[in-house]
Design a protein around this ligand. Sequence first.
Ligand SMILES: [Zn+2]
Length: 207
Amino acid sequence: MMGPATVRREMVRIGSLLYERRYVVAAEGNLSVRLGGDRFLVTPSGACKGWMEIGELLEIDGEARTLATDRRASSEWRLHREIYRARPEVGAVCHAHPPYATACAAAGRHLDARVLTETATMLGTVPLARPAVPGTDDVVDSVRDLVPGAPALLLANHGVVAWGKDLREAYFRLETVERLAEVTILAGLAGGVQPLPTDLLRRLGDL
Ligand SMILES: [Zn+2]
């Protein structure tokens, strides 16, 4: 289990990775780590994830009341809370707008991870949540039915949200969704995706 200072450092580090890898620009995206129950550590509203400092991260409760600061939490805090409530095993959530996956989300298509041996068992299918107004309960409603059965989601005309047992796993999952989207789009240009044979999928599932 990481101590609070290590968790904050990891969040700042992953924020700068999101920015350097162009998964977010300007003040896009948000990250959180569950602290216990409905309390979580979250990135502040309006901050560029590339230049965050440890002291800017906010500890909030389930109603977005900030503890020990007057800055506002990311407007997507309700989305994070919904994922923590639906998935008790989840310890961190990562939301960004990586270009290839966001292109799929803008094109209104979900991602089928069963086209690559590496992602077939890791991700399965990445569903597409319907378009919704960011930062509102509409986003929560749009993902509610999908969160329990998925490893990550595309948010239509918006971006990606991924989760995991800790921040590193949530980030790696987001990164893997983006790579899958990139390869899916390139495979389309290269003549079209050929699905993995069913018996191979079964053998991968057995591994
Ligand atoms: Zn967003």
